[in-house]
Design a binder for this molecule. Structure first.
Ligand code: HEC
Ligand code: HEC
Ligand code: HEC
Ligand code: HEC
Ligand code: HEC
Ligand code: HEC
Length: 496
């Protein structure tokens, strides 16, 4: 006699359990939300809101994955459970394609699996894109990134994505940036982040792999004609303009004469330096390696000892162009510009002085600043029509001063000049001497980097001198004082 086939009722499928059911509900909900939000994004409704992006590409996929994991965990749990009860032993998993039920299950499984793989591919591609978007970098952590984001929108790179400079191409920097990003998100959740955010960014990728992907370093730029308009702090806000021919030049013999400011672009030369402060504002030691291997070291006389080799930095674009995307105007420069554009009414007596003074005062937050600026101007000029001037000064404040993050010009000096911070004079101040022959570092005379074509106002300004003029400082004679510009100028009003 053959043994009777066990008649025990077929055990419950491994998929029949509460954990799996809960997982399936979560996954279905997340899938629906994802598709819905994706549709919104595709038809362009979600663009304006940074948080919708987070929901679509980070939160919904996370829940979908959680749901699927729960489904699998429930099934696994059920399977283990059954393994332990001996009654169920004989039912080992077997697939038999001759059974229609098995064929159906398998077909469903294949279709479902493919669909899921496709969706995850689209989803992860979009998640990747989203996590690289200007919106994600600039708007999600609103307060923290507001200063950089605002300044960025007013710069030449407003159409360049944050990640083009901050991450660049390649998987390893992407992963580095994301790990760093997680650390930052944690800091933000705990309200524990530095204000202002420290600059320079110490782990910034070298400009060779970012800036130079768009800007070809061999390009010969030649001379640039720049006009800088200023106004004095007297009652008439007397204009004082400088027109300079900036000798930018180039650094590659194949594309023009090598020389000028972009000599440092260093397609040939290598310049390294050591800074004693984290902001890289004090540079007492510089080393140049010429194409033929000849090495020259320049030292500031008051620097004793040797630089820490681990902190020697190779100079690149960002040592001069350190604010290509986030430039915070000084109160002085911002008011000069508003006067030049006619936004601030130049007929108001001493308006340059007054506006700069008001902007220089500390305010607890942007809203308080806005109110104080208006009342300050009204107090100063009772009975005058001030609407345009108030709006202009408030706009300057909104775009350049961020008290909540302590971000403004005074914390983020611009190195591309030498007026309000040492900039080029960190090295070219005439006090860096070559070790050995004690020669001055080249490019310290006023007309090596630029020639002044015209200066002053009115008829003076109209007289252009191609051979260049001596700089006529508007207040006192500064020649022979041994002072550099930033010993007096700091973006605020000067004491006369
Ligand atoms: C053209 C290149 C470029 C782009 C585009 C760019 N940055 Fe920057 N960013 C820089 C450089 C260079 C620095 C380092 C400044 C320094 O070394 O002093 C910097 C510094 C920063 C800092 C540190 C604080 C500071 O102001 O120095 C933050 C935060 C920042 N960027 C955020 C952003 C965000 C957000 C975006 C997009 C909205 C963005 N950046 C786009 C080049 C760029
Ligand atoms: C994705 C391409 C891209 C990258 C990366 C990039 N730039 Fe630019 N940059 C541009 C474009 C485009 C312009 C011209 C904008 C215009 O004139 O409207 C520009 C303009 C400039 C200018 C002249 C305008 C001005 O007055 O600021 C400078 C200087 C500059 N970039 C420096 C840098 C530096 C330094 C970096 C690296 C930190 C960098 N760029 C990275 C695309 C890029
Ligand atoms: C001894 C201090 C001192 C030094 C050093 C100095 N300045 Fe001035 N500068 C002043 C004063 C004071 C004024 C007049 C401010 C006013 O009336 O607006 C002034 C005005 C100016 C102005 C026009 C108005 C403005 O504030 O923008 C320019 C431009 C200027 N200086 C450029 C320079 C440059 C460039 C250097 C370095 C080569 C330099 N200054 C060095 C004190 C100084
Ligand atoms: C030694 C400082 C220094 C270094 C290093 C430097 N630049 Fe410049 N660059 C300048 C100055 C100064 C100007 C003129 C800006 C002005 O007067 O407004 C300039 C101008 C430019 C311009 C504008 C040209 C135009 O036609 O308007 C671009 C673009 C630029 N630099 C890109 C770069 C890139 C990319 C690098 C790195 C490979 C670099 N620079 C390295 C100082 C420097
Ligand atoms: C980190 C130090 C450092 C900084 C900052 C710096 N330079 Fe230089 N620069 C040098 C060195 C070093 C040399 C070459 C010295 C030599 O020839 O031995 C040089 C050379 C030059 C030359 C002469 C190039 C030639 O034709 O031989 C010019 C022009 C120049 N720099 C302009 C600038 C300007 C403009 C700035 C600011 C935007 C600036 N530098 C910032 C270190 C610096
Ligand atoms: C190492 C190169 C270098 C040397 C040396 C140098 N400058 Fe400049 N200077 C610059 C650069 C770069 C700028 C910024 C150009 C711009 O505004 O686009 C500048 C800007 C200026 C401006 C215009 C500032 C403004 O915003 O209106 C004046 C004025 C000026 N320099 C005067 C001088 C005088 C006077 C000397 C001699 C004591 C001198 N410079 C030496 C590189 C140099």
């Amino acid at each position: 006699m053959t043994e009777p086939i066990p008649t025990a009722s077929r055990p419950k499928s491994v998929w029949h359990n509460w954990i799996t059911l809960a997982g399936a509900i979560i996954a279905a909900g997340a899938l629906f939300s994802f598709l819905f939000l994706l549709a919104l994004d595709v038809i362009g409704q979600a663009r304006s809101n940074p948080y919708l992006g987070i929901l679509t590409y980070l939160v919904a996929p996370a829940f979908l994955i959680l749901g699927v994991l729960l489904v699998l965990a429930g099934a696994w749990h059920q399977y283990r459970h059954r393994e332990q009860s001996p009654a169920a032993r004989p039912h080992r998993l077997s697939i038999d394609l001759s059974r229609p039920g098995d064929r159906r299950t398998l077909a469903w499984f294949a279709v479902g699996g493919m669909g899921f793989a496709l969706l995850s591919a689209v989803g992860s591609y979009q998640t990747f894109h989203y996590s690289e978007s200007v919106q994600f970098c600039g708007e999600v952590c609103h307060t923290v990134m507001q200063p950089e984001f605002t300044a960025y929108q007013h710069g030449a790179h407003a159409r360049v994505d944050c990640v083009e400079c901050h991450v660049g191409a390649g998987a390893s920097w992407y992963i580095k940036a994301k790990i760093n990003g997680l650390h930052q998100v944690y800091g933000i959740l705990r309200h524990n982040y530095p204000r202002p955010i420290p600059a320079p960014v110490t782990n910034m990728r070298p400009s060779r792999e970012t800036c130079e992907q768009c800007h070809w370093p061999q390009k010969y730029t030649g001379d640039l004609d720049k006009t800088r308009s200023h106004y004095l702090t007297d009652d008439k806000s007397t204009p004082f303009t400088v027109r300079l021919l900036v000798k930018v030049g180039g650094g590659s013999p194949d594309h023009g004469p090598v020389g000028g400011i972009h000599w440092h672009m260093l397609t040939l030369n290598k310049v390294e330096y050591f800074a004693t402060d984290p902001q890289r504002q004090a540079i007492p030691w510089v080393r140049v390696t010429a194409p033929d291997g000849h090495v020259t070291v320049y030292r500031a006389d008051d620097f004793k000892g040797e630089p820490n080799p681990a902190r020697i930095r190779r100079m690149d674009c960002m040592d001069c162009h350190n604010r290509p995307a986030h430039r915070y105007s000084t109160p002085d420069a911002a008011v000069d510009e508003a006067l030049y554009l006619g936004r601030v009414d130049e007929r108001l007596p001493g308006v340059k002085r007054t506006a700069v003074d008001l902007l220089t005062k500390p305010y607890p937050n942007q809203e308080a600043g806005k109110i104080a600026l208006e009342s300050g101007l009204r107090q100063h000029y009772p009975g005058k029509s001030l609407e345009g001037t108030i709006a202009a000064v408030q706009a300057i404040y909104r775009d350049n001063f961020f008290p909540e993050m302590k971000a403004d010009w005074s914390h983020y000096p611009d190195n591309l000049g030498h007026l309000d911070s040492p900039g080029c004079f960190r090295c070219h101040d005439g006090k860096h001497l070559a070790v050995g022959n004690r020669q001055k570092m080249p490019a310290t005379d006023c007309d090596t980097c630029h020639t002044i074509l015209a200066q002053g106002a009115g008829a003076d300004l109209a007289r252009v001198a191609p051979a260049g003029l001596r700089f006529k400082h508007p207040s006192s004679n500064i020649e022979g004082t041994g002072l550099i510009c930033s010993d007096c100028h700091n973006g605020k009003n000067q004491e006369n």
